[in-house]
Design a protein around this ligand. Structure first.
Ligand SMILES: [Zn+2]
Length: 252
């Protein structure tokens, strides 16, 4: 398995261009294929923690109110130190790469020019023309198509992450609110199925939260939302599940 992973070549520095949902989904798949020991199965505990952006080999950054700051990049540099110490791949993902200013990007440039072995950097953007030319010139650029109308099934990855971690990663709040607003009746069934199978697995792993989560999810499964009520349905379900951990939904 190790040897197989090593022969799978991925350019270490990539700029993924496309709608945020689509580039984040593709980036997550790439990250999972790099770090999961089952070639990115999307189901194992490693893949789930990567989806929650809580794996130590992954630094999934997010710009702050006025773009990327030196402090937010510090996390990326910590990841690099980790990569240098270890034989395992480390990955840095930076959505909204157009928000990297010349001042902040400067420290990144050297890194992108000669990334240390086993370090992968994925920059994501909706508008590649607004990304600093100095950054673009150091990346392999790939265009990610958004979902077409016919196949408009957005994977609600932030919602899934909140319902499995039972806490809300601050970096996911904006995406979470978008997903709550956009979720469809069909997406509701898919998400409930995924969550039920996750929590059944957790039940077998003696996770103390599993019985209460399964009770809530089964209740929701038996009383699916009426059309037009999906956003309220998921918001209320999330509130009930987070209340198990005395957590709330933060405003974006
Ligand atoms: Zn996996």
């Amino acid at each position: 398995m190790q040897a197989m992973t090593k022969t799978t070549y991925l350019p270490p520095v990539q700029l993924l261009v496309g709608p945020t949902d689509a580039t984040e989904r593709v980036a997550l798949q790439k990250v999972q294929s790099l770090i999961c020991t089952a070639a990115g199965c999307a189901r194992c505990t490693i893949c789930c923690s990567l989806a929650r952006r809580e794996h130590q080999q992954l630094s999934w950054l997010a710009p702050e109110q006025y773009g990327y700051t030196h402090a937010s990049l510090e996390r990326a540099y910590n990841a690099i130190t980790y990569a240098a110490d270890d034989d395992k791949p480390s990955v840095i993902v930076m959505p909204c790469a157009e928000q990297l200013s010349a001042a902040t990007a400067n420290r990144l440039l050297k890194l992108l020019e000669e990334p240390p072995a086993n370090l992968y950097v994925f920059l994501l953007t909706e508008r590649s023309g607004m990304v600093l030319a100095t950054l673009r010139s150091r990346c392999i650029e790939a265009v990610v198509a958004g979902p077409t109308i016919a196949a408009a099934e957005v994977v609600p990855s932030a919602l899934f992450a909140c319902f499995t971690a039972l806490t809300i990663n601050p970096a996911l709040v904006a995406t979470l609110h978008k997903e709550l607003a956009a979720i469809t009746p069909h997406g509701t069934i898919t998400l409930l199925d995924g969550l039920l199978s996750h929590w059944y697995t957790q039940l077998h792993e003696d996770n103390d939260d599993a019985p209460a989560m399964l009770r809530e999810l089964m209740k929701a499964y038996e009383q699916p939302p009426l059309s037009g009520g999906t956003t309220l349905f998921w918001r209320q379900l999330l509130l009930r599940c987070l209340a198990l951990k005395r957590q709330q939904i933060p405003y974006s």
